[in-house]
Design a protein around this ligand. Structure first.
Ligand SMILES: Nc1ncnc2c1ncn2[C@@H]1O[C@H](COP(=O)(O)OP(=O)(O)OP(=O)(O)O)[C@@H](O)[C@H]1O
Length: 387
């Protein structure tokens, strides 16, 4: 969808900002460009919408050499989100969002209807926020309007330059999550610039790690973290790449432990006997469909006496995550609830629990998988135990 062929940019003062760059971003793919300040990320991005012209090589968008496309026409097909958002202060949020459709000649009502739809998509209620002015929004909300505006004319390509840079870390994570959800629905071809490796890893289908003016490694987040191509990349991703990997490693059903399960309508005495038999201090309480109801401790069922039922004694399970969530989320939930494990659910259905030991094992397996160039379920279990 976006293809760089030996593209260079030398500024008039002689600075070689980008040096013979070749890479490709597939349709619907999100590629993050990451690297230290001044390495040429923004220059790369701005050549795609011809805000900067390359001095050598060519760039194709959808098979077309963009040097042959009128820049104004080109930019209508390419959404652009920048850190300073650049909203018009004297226009409402709705009109700001409708800017591009209005520019390309949509009728006002249609442009506004589209704008309302997009505000909704980025998590802003158009009824509540549409009539506000930018200064009446928080930084994070302004950033969302910036994203909505970039999407308004439904461009197939989106360029984002440090889009979440101006907000605090908590809001940033929220915006990243929302953006990923949105991207899963709209599947734009996205080039996103960031200097934050954590963000690059979290958002990118693939990451281009920049050195001075060139790409040092172009690969999936797992591969960049697991097998840095050069010492430079290793240094850039940092010594704590195991930690970073937590945010890109998904929980799989195979990672889970199966604790003792008791049924919601099971007599308490019966459940107590079984927990004792299996030497378990607690059991997971499920209903007849296998959906999670909660958990119960052995002492509680043991003391319940005749006629007591598990369902009456169960506690709500607060520590749970959906299957497929990153290990980091499971770890966060464990800490938040001061729990020794988290339940993993598929919808409401209980799949098993993730314990710290299992979490560590999943992490090890993901490192080994990358080192061996195989998927995680192909890694021999022994290599995990030996590690
Ligand atoms: N108009 C210009 N004239 C001369 N040199 C420039 C110009 N714009 C950028 N540069 C230089 O080109 C190099 C790459 O800049 P660029 O803005 O692309 O880097 P970046 O990776 O996006 O950095 P940052 O993360 O700080 O924005 C830098 O050395 C910069 O000083």
């Amino acid at each position: 969808m976006i293809r760089f062929e030996q593209v260079s940019k030398r500024y008039p003062d002689g600075t070689m900002a980008v040096d013979e760059l070749s890479f490709e971003v597939g349709e619907g793919e999100l590629v993050t460009l990451v690297g230290p300040s001044g390495c040429g990320k923004t220059t790369t991005m701005m050549m795609v919408n011809r805000l900067i012209e390359p001095t050598a090589g060519r760039i194709l968008v959808n098979g077309e050499n963009i040097a042959d496309v009128d820049p104004v026409r080109l930019r209508r097909r390419i959404g652009y989100v920048i850190q300073q958002v650049g909203l018009f202060p004297h226009r409402t949020v709705l009109d700001n969002t409708a800017t591009v459709p209005a520019l390309v000649g949509w009728k006002k009502a249609k442009a506004r209807a589209r704008a309302a739809e997009l505000l909704d998509l980025v998590g802003l209620d158009p009824k509540l926020y549409g009539s506000r002015y930018p200064e009446q929004l928080s930084g994070g909300q302004r950033q969302r309007v910036g994203v909505a505006r970039a999407l308004a004319a439904d461009p197939p390509v989106l360029l984002m330059d440090e889009p979440f840079g101006a907000v605090d870390p908590v809001v940033r994570e929220q915006l990243q999550d929302e953006f990923l959800r949105m991207q899963a629905a709209v599947r734009k071809t996205v080039l996103l610039v960031t200097h934050d490796i954590e963000e690059a890893v979290r958002l990118g289908d693939r990451i281009a790690v920049y050195g001075q003016g060139r790409i040092e490694q172009f690969d999936t987040p797992g591969a960049v973290l697991g097998a840095p191509a050069t010492p430079y990349v290793a240094g850039f991703v940092g010594a704590d790449r195991g930690l970073k990997r937590l945010s890109v490693t998904e929980i799989l059903p195979d990672d889970l432990e199966q604790p003792t399960v008791v049924r919601i309508d099971e007599p308490a005495a019966h459940a107590a006997a079984r927990l004792r038999e299996e030497d378990a201090r607690w059991g997971v309480v499920l209903d007849a469909d296998g959906d999670l109801h909660g958990w119960v401790g052995i002492d509680e069922v043991a003391l319940a006496g005749e006629g007591g039922e598990v369902g009456d004694l169960a506690h709500r399970m607060r520590a749970w995550v959906p299957v497929g969530a990153p290990l980091k989320q499971a770890f966060g939930v464990m800490l938040q609830h001061d729990a020794g494990w988290v339940a993993v659910l598929d919808g409401a259905r209980f799949l098993g629990v993730l314990t710290p030991a299992k979490l560590h094992e999943a992490l090890r397996r993901s490192v080994d998988a990358d080192a061996q160039g195989v998927t995680r379920d192909q890694v021999e279990f022994d290599s995990v135990a030996d590690a």
